[in-house]
Design a protein around this ligand. Structure first.
Ligand code: TXA
Ligand code: MG
Length: 333
């Protein structure tokens, strides 16, 4: 596997042309997007798509997101383009929003895991954008990690997680958003958030009015979440325990005791603290900054052999929904 570095703001066209050729030939290329690194393959080539599932160890029932260079290219992959899609694309693309719409017959079954829909996204990262333009094809790209592990936000995370399973890694530095895109289904009667992300439900409502979340409305009019959404996900190797702000002192004491007993432990909170033998991390109080650091921190804790990580619960408002979701999943073992 090759790792090729590029300047994230103005990537070398020769490197992108090389990566584009690998994609067109049915190979796997990991590349940075504004959210996380993607593991890309030619979306209209079933054999190439199959290689993604193999490399990730991903179950065949979990569909992939197809990335396109612009809204016009994305729209060609939909059988129907609802008016809501038009308005959302206008407002949020390029950017960290994925739209689930009825799929065109051109989309291979493997991409959609047999569903009648396809998930589409136009990434904003200059490297992802330039690569899609150079390739001239739609690119299926899940996060570039082994199934159920933490998504990568650096090329080094990809290299450690996938190694020789990927043909080429384009290293464009750390991903600025840091958690995966918001996934919104437009396939049912009401726009439904299937996966919260950095674009909040409040921002979506400003554009299309009524929006619901799949989890909040299990029996109602919301679209059903895709099978992949129910998996344990984003899980570090360490045991993760979430705690309420008022329990911080007690948690620090418990962590200190565990450290004295020889265990590798860490406490992640919004406040600096110092306890003998305990790795303490103070996170930013602002959701975007928090998201940008979260996965790199979890990768780093795993790398250093943390056995138990206590993480302070984050605020309960819309801006933190994507982070709450990832923390909840990280804590489900
Ligand atoms: O930010 C992101 O979205 C990143 C970057 C690389 O673009 N990609 C990503 O892909 O997170 P992945 O495969 O890790 O997550 C895609 C999610 C899965 O939970 C999957 O179930 C859902 O999107 N999904 C894909 N196609 C779908 C469909 N047709 N209907 C419902 N959900 C779908
Ligand atoms: Mg993923």
């Amino acid at each position: 596997m090759n790792v090729l570095r590029v300047d994230p703001a103005s990537p070398d066209p020769a490197v992108l042309e090389r990566a584009a050729a690998v994609l067109r030939d049915g190979g796997l290329v990991a590349f940075p997007t504004e959210t996380v690194y993607g593991l890309g393959a030619h979306a209209l080539d079933p054999a190439a798509v199959e290689r993604i599932y193999q490399a990730k160890g991903r179950p065949a029932y979990n569909p992939l997101i197809v990335h396109a260079a612009d809204a016009a290219a994305a729209r060609r992959l939909a059988a129907r383009w609802p008016e809501a899609a038009e308005r959302l694309a206008e407002r949020f693309w390029p950017g960290p929003l994925t739209l689930v719409v009825p799929r065109s017959p051109e989309i291979p079954d493997a991409v959609s895991a047999g569903l009648p829909t396809v998930a589409l996204r136009v990434p904003a990262h200059p490297v992802a954008h330039a690569l899609l333009l150079a390739a001239g094809i739609p690119v299926a790209a899940p996060s570039a990690n082994r199934s159920t592990q933490i998504s990568p936000t650096t090329a080094e995370h990809v290299r450690r997680g996938l190694g020789e399973r990927v043909d080429l890694i384009v290293d464009g530095g750390p991903c600025p958003v840091g958690i995966e895109s918001t996934v919104l289904s437009l396939a049912g009667p009401v726009p439904t958030v299937l996966r919260p992300g950095s674009i909040s439900i409040a921002e979506l409502r400003e554009v299309v009015g009524d929006v619901v979340t799949a989890s909040a409305d299990p029996a109602g009019k919301a679209a059903r979440p895709s099978p992949g959404m129910m998996d344990r996900h984003y899980a570090p190797r360490a045991v993760v325990r979430l705690f309420a702000p008022e329990d911080r002192k007690a948690v620090l004491a418990e962590a200190g005791e565990a450290a004295r007993a020889g265990r590798h432990v860490a406490v992640v909170s919004f406040h600096p603290a110092s306890v003998e033998g305990v790795r303490t991390i103070a996170m930013p109080m602002e959701a975007r900054a928090y998201a940008a650091h979260l996965y790199a921190l979890l990768h780093d804790l795993d790398e250093h052999g943390a056995e138990v990580v206590w993480i302070e619960r984050v605020p309960d408002d819309h801006a933190w929904a994507g982070i709450r979701d990832r923390l909840r999943r990280a804590a489900t073992h």
